[in-house]
Ligand binder design. Structure first.
Ligand code: ADP
Ligand code: MG
Length: 244
């Protein structure tokens, strides 16, 4: 459903994305791994429309999204979590979500809402529930743990009901326990909502345990792709990334 073909993006002399071709099946959960500077974040920036590729194509359900604005790409169904929950420290979880849903309903009603029947309140409650924050709906976002703030970021990305959810290092900066709590919620969300989830992750224990499918980037190129077992035992991956 998401098909990337021969994607290239350079910064000066650096080919941050170098002829990347890969496909994400509808409803799949995929981890992207690779050393620092491998081009993982650049790849997400291309998919979400933040960067425009030098060449190559990105097709969502058969239609090219290259050159479309970020807003249009989000409306087509590619969602991405940003670190935004903490921008509204004095709003509760519920207030943050209500603000986001109202803002998007405003947009949606002009452009054809994808959820015309859902009321703002029930849609906000649904998004909060999907990430497991219902019990904390009255907590100020400033008072949430780092992990819960990340879950709120993800809930905000769910407001427009993405087909594809991109998460760039969702567990970064967390202790081991909180990492697992957040990634388990992501896995649950994927299982229950049938959305396509692609996440960038450094913690190999998490990657090998959670992701049925893994893609390895190195120097902007696809070094390997496969199951945890295939990636674990791939000599090129061991040499470039996993070590011996
Ligand atoms: P990763 O997320 O895998 O660590 P990035 O995609 O952030 O890697 O970076 C890949 C390469 O592209 C690096 O060499 C980085 O310096 C370069 N790069 C990324 N974004 C920019 C940018 N906006 N301007 C210039 N160079 C960039
Ligand atoms: Mg990065």
């Amino acid at each position: 459903m998401l098909e990337i073909t021969n994607l290239v993006k350079s910064f000066g002399g650096v080919r941050a994305t170098d002829d990347v071709t890969m496909t994400f099946e509808a409803g799949s959960l995929t981890a992207i791994i690779g050393p620092n500077g491998a081009g993982k974040s650049t790849f997400f920036n291309l998919l979400s429309g933040a960067f425009r590729p030098d060449s190559g194509d990105i097709r969502l359900d058969g239609q090219s999204i290259v050159g479309l604005g970020i807003g249009e790409i989000v409306r087509r169904g590619i969602g991405r979590a940003f670190q935004v929950a903490s921008i509204f420290p004095s709003l509760t979880v519920e207030e943050t979500m209500l603000a986001a849903v109202s803002a998007h309903h405003g947009h949606a009603s002009r452009l054809g809402s994808r959820f015309p029947l859902a009321s703002t309140r029930s849609h906000a409650a649904h998004c909060i529930e999907m990430v497991g924050l219902t019990a904390k709906r009255d907590t100020l976002s400033a008072n949430l743990s780092h992990g819960d703030q990340k879950l709120l970021d993800i809930a905000l990305a769910l407001v427009l009901e993405p087909k594809v959810l991109l998460l760039d290092e969702p567990t970064a900066g967390m202790g081991p326990e909180e990492r697992w709590r957040v990634i388990e919620k992501v896995r649950e969300l994927w299982e229950r909502q049938k959305i396509t989830v692609v996440f960038i992750e450094h913690d190999m224990d998490i990657v090998f345990k959670i992701a049925p499918s893994i893609r390895v980037l190195s120097y902007g190129r696809v070094l390997a792709q496969g199951s945890p077992q295939e990636i674990r035992t791939n000599p090129a991956v061991i040499e470039a990334y996993l070590g011996t």
